[in-house]
Design a protein around this ligand. Sequence first.
Ligand code: LMR
Length: 395
Amino acid sequence: MFEYLTPQPNDAIMALMEACKADPNPKKIDLGVGVYKDAAGSTTIMRAVKKAEELWWHEEQTKTYVGTVGNAEFRRLMLDMMLGENNPVLARTASAQAAGGSGALRIGAEIIKSAAPDATVWVSRPTWANHIPLISSAGLKIDDYPYYNRETLGVDFDDMLHHLEQHAKAGDVVLLHGCCHNPTGADLSPEEWDRLAVFLTEQSLTPYIDLAYFGLGRGMVEDTYGLRKILAVCPEAILAASCSKNFALYRERVGLVAVICKDEDTAKIAQSQLGSIQRKIISMPPDHGAALVARILGDADLRKMWVEELDEMRNRMLGLRQLLSEALDVQGGEVMAAAVKDQNGMFSTLPISKAQAEKLRSDYSIYLTNSGRINIAGTNTSNIPRFAEALLAVL
Ligand code: LMR
């Protein structure tokens, strides 16, 4: 039977990661896959995670199954942190621990498929490359709305609303990046979130918020402004959150999906759906990483240690944005210089073509996606001048 299989293209981000690893040039610059790197270029285990692992090694008594929706303490602490402890929507929220943010997105897609099989999921143009395969493989229709303007390097917010108003139908779902838009770093302003929340409610569109970079944008409060506003105004929503980046738990696959319903009775049904969907896909989520997150968030000292390191990571990236912006602020680079400084989180998308991205790879060993996405954390004080020079040369 396997002779009927057709070869599949490599995932672009994963292929870029492999190509960079294989490049022997000691001056190579890796701006590809979205992992945080410190000044030495290393992706280390966070101090609070290491400490929690040590404590947990002594405390953990069993490896028996936890259950289809995972660790309840992890879910409660994560939701309290993202939504605020006394948020009234918590009473009508169903949730499941998931295998990373991707697992959360997939479960969210499956629950849309169960509730509204004819809904179209609208994604920003551009969006994270894996959003489309993850969501459409649940059998849902996907379409896109204008978002990033490759000339101004800002958000075309009015076009976005206009397009959705014209083309989306009541009952459709709109996928939004809660903060640190991947791949562009261009986020909505608080005023735009306010307008969007009202617009979605008036149009009967359901927001589906992907919160993968919480804490790495402008701050823990700032990064949840959009999420909290949407939940305060829209009666229903889905949230897919990841601990890959902000806890640096990438390979442990720690995520959370939450379904915010109109009332508590519906939330109970949604809760049973989440368990049943997970059971059908992977049966149960892996426990280790979620147990560590629960250990950290539930312990004042560990939590403080985690917040401090997260602040360091965010501030380092903001400093790199400033330096890169200064290096690009020469003739021909002014628009990029302004955008890089204003954008949020790990990524910016620069206005370069596929051929220019390939030239940066072949001639300079600089690795970024063909769409022009750069991982700011891959830059550092010593490689920024070389990167800026090469970039301006290929442009
Ligand atoms: C990225 O966007 O680079 C990361 O989220 C890693 C991935 O899985 O694509």
